[in-house]
Design a protein around this ligand. Structure first.
Ligand code: 2PG
Ligand code: MG
Length: 422
């Protein structure tokens, strides 16, 4: 089989927030075509790899024509003729060609789209599924517990809720399909409950409802009731998870949440109290990305019992994760391919996490496309956890639907839910 790269082509397409993003097609000499598109965040971490935008009149500055040109004029020359089988080598060429610390020369959006498209092309050529080509970091390929964001706040919705994501975690099932279905049923039950109360049932960026609530406890109470009304046992079958995205409301060393300015220990104590009052199994970005001291304090308080996920804190980067490991901050990392900008680096970060007993949660971005690469990433690495929004909006269901298809291949009872079993 000839796996040499014959052609590389980039275009812009639109993401779920009507912003342009980069899509790349790589054709191999045997005719195999791999296509991939990159996502884009709203509550981004300061140290994420650089997303190159045109900053011109078109698309309100958000055009990606420079990134597209970088692929078509610079990257293609550098990788045509290379063997697609060597993902690490392809990624190294891209990183060297860029030459900057944060991929700002070519753009992380340009580099990542090429990196992903290469693996997709190789999967076509080798007649293997993408997940079969991904290193089994946490074990043999398996289906993840879906962390379903059914109520949106913060930067993802125009409501009064400060915490960005309220997720349900259907872990108490032996079958991925049952877990997903239970989450869908809770989603519908929540919608009916909100409607009956005269609250808005329009959805936010990630497909969760976005009604106005003034406190997180009110939201959590409502979700608990929806779980029970849908016929499931909160805590045993379906637990809860939060992404506070606390960097968004951290100003002048204080957390401005629900009308109160809190110090870092007060914010951490508030999260401890929430996790004692509700079956919360995971809290992401409970503290801000610069507040290492606060992270250390929270980890010392509940790091043994609650998964504490660093998103803005670690931005999927090995070096920053290493600092967290050294400082006893968090016990889990959110994995977003575009925060680091290549597949090989993503894999290296996940390996470091695994080697240090940190869990990894593979994640979408709030701005997404129909691309379902992350469904393969989570199954292949067997990380056991994916967060990809509510089971609504096409760009979110694209990932869940791909997992349903994969479940026919790996078996839906091959469900990596052990961590959450009592
Ligand atoms: C997050 C993500 C995805 P964004 O904070 O975890 O849910 O949001 O893509 O806006 O950074
Ligand atoms: Mg987050």
């Amino acid at each position: 089989m000839n796996n040499k790269i014959k052609n590389v082509f980039a275009r812009y397409i639109l993401d779920s927030r009507a912003n342009p993003t980069v899509e790349v097609e790589i054709t191999l000499e045997d005719g195999s075509l791999g296509r991939a598109a990159v996502p884009s965040g709203a509550s981004t971490g300061k140290l994420e790899a650089h997303e190159l935008r045109d900053e011109s009149k078109e698309f309100n500055g958000k055009g990606v024509s420079k990134a597209v040109q970088n692929v078509n004029r610079v990257v293609s020359d550098a990788i045509i003729g290379k063997d697609a089988k060597d993902q690490a080598e392809i990624d190294k060429i891209l990183i060297d060609l860029d030459g900057s610390e944060n991929k700002s020369t070519l753009g992380a959006n340009a580099i990542l789209a090429v990196s992903m498209a290469n693996l997709v092309a190789l999967s076509k050529s080798s007649k293997k599924h993408i997940y079969e080509l991904i290193p089994n970091i946490y074990g043999e390929p398996s289906l993840p517990v879906p962390f379903m964001n059914i109520l949106n706040g913060g930067a993802h919705a125009d409501n009064s809720v400060d915490i960005q994501e309220f997720m349900i975690v259907p872990h108490g099932f032996s079958d991925f399909n049952d877990a997903l279905r239970s989450g869908v049923e809770v989603y519908h039950t929540l919608k009916t409950r909100l409607k009956d109360k005269g609250l808005a049932t329009n959805v936010g960026d990630e497909g969760g409802f976005a009604p106005n609530y003034s406190s997180s406890k009110e939201v959590l109470d409502e979700i608990m009731l929806a779980i029970a009304e849908a016929g499931y046992k909160p805590g045993d079958e379906i637990s809860l998870a939060l992404d506070a995205a606390a960097s968004e409301f951290y100003k002048n060393n204080m957390y401005h949440i629900e009308g109160n300015p809190l110090s870092n220990t007060e914010m951490a104590d508030y999260l401890v109290e929430l996790s004692n009052s509700y079956p919360i199994v995971s809290i992401e970005d409970g503290l801000a990305e610069d507040d290492w001291e606060g992270w250390k304090y929270l980890t010392s308080k509940i790091g043994d019992t609650v998964q504490l996920v660093g998103d803005d804190l670690f931005v999927t980067q090995e070096k920053i994760l290493q600092k967290g490991i050294d400082d006893n901050c968090a016990n889990s990392i959110l994995i977003k391919v575009n925060q680091v900008g290549s597949i090989s680096e993503t894999i290296e970060t996940m390996k470091l996490a695994k080697d240090n007993n940190y869990t990894s949660m593979v994640s979408h971005r709030s701005g997404e496309t129909e691309d379902a690469f992350i469904s393969h990433l989570v199954v292949g690495t067997s990380s056991g956890q994916i967060k990809t929004g509510a089971p609504a909006r096409g760009e979110r269901t694209a990932k869940y639907n791909e997992l349903l298809r994969i479940s026919e291949q790996v078996g839906s009872t091959n469900f990596n839910n052990k961590k959450w079993q009592k």
